[in-house]
Design a protein around this ligand. Sequence first.
Ligand SMILES: C[S@@+](CC[C@H](N)C(=O)[O-])C[C@H]1O[C@@H](n2cnc3c(N)ncnc32)[C@H](O)[C@@H]1O
Length: 283
Amino acid sequence: MSDSDLDPADAELYSIGEIVLRRPVGDTETSRANRGWWDANADEYQADHGEYLGDARFLWSPEGVYEDEAHLLGDVRGRHVLEVGCGAAQCSRWLAKQGAHVAGFDLSMRQLEHAHRIDEDLGNAPLPLVQADALAMPFADEAFDVACSAFGAVPFVADSAAVMREVARVLKPGGRWVFAVPHPFRWCLPDDPGQGGLVVRDSYFDRQPYVEQDESGVATYVEHHRTLGDRVRELVAAGLVLLDLVEPEYPETLGDRWGGGWSALRGKLVPGTAIFVTQKPGR
Ligand SMILES: C[S@@+](CC[C@H](N)C(=O)[O-])C[C@H]1O[C@@H](n2cnc3c(N)ncnc32)[C@H](O)[C@@H]1O
């Protein structure tokens, strides 16, 4: 959910010292860049979006899809639930309130510090959260009944197929994995809430990630793109079954509250979010 404004032909000057382009980036460079970016930008992200996210609400997407109405995870009471790329753990806090046994992890220590700050402010016991990369989850096989991610790690790794395999490993047979990502169609359009954001500028089929890099060519932020078909193939290869693909519509009343390319104008025409509802087959 960056303020990306892509130019496929040329790298462009984004802000002082930052270049935006599309180029191949592997796992290590991606994780290093995104850990640094989220650590450096967590304060601003929480200041900008914390109120809309809510301290203890489960918001799936900027379109205002909340788990208490969408019920994509099924009944979570008494279930062991893992949040992947939990950020300040707003979703985990809601899950704990519903009686779930929650664990969460995030690549960014600063995001996790915001989670602890919110727990302290609310007078809650700290949630069990750990700093980790989604490519190597520090959890035992078949430890969880449910795994979830609202725009967490999945778009921020080079090898999202490996994340699908990791989730399949830590889920119990019959367990559910639900994750929200930017809808692949978003990658065709500039992040402009107005008319400029309605013009297809990039190929849907270009899998090169969106990269911000410094003047020495070191990536400082990377977001990876997959087509819908890519995502389905990665799920199937991990042994997961796709139950539903939710493409939320944008309520006109939301206006342009999230920022970037999320607007009522564009939301009326094209989807912004894809939520994959999947399951590991039972024994
Ligand atoms: C857009 S936030 C989503 C979190 C929360 N649901 C929210 O809406 O604020 C993306 C989160 O993914 C985390 N992240 C990025 N790459 C990751 C990785 N490889 N492993 C774990 N978390 C990662 C970031 O640090 C960030 O906290």
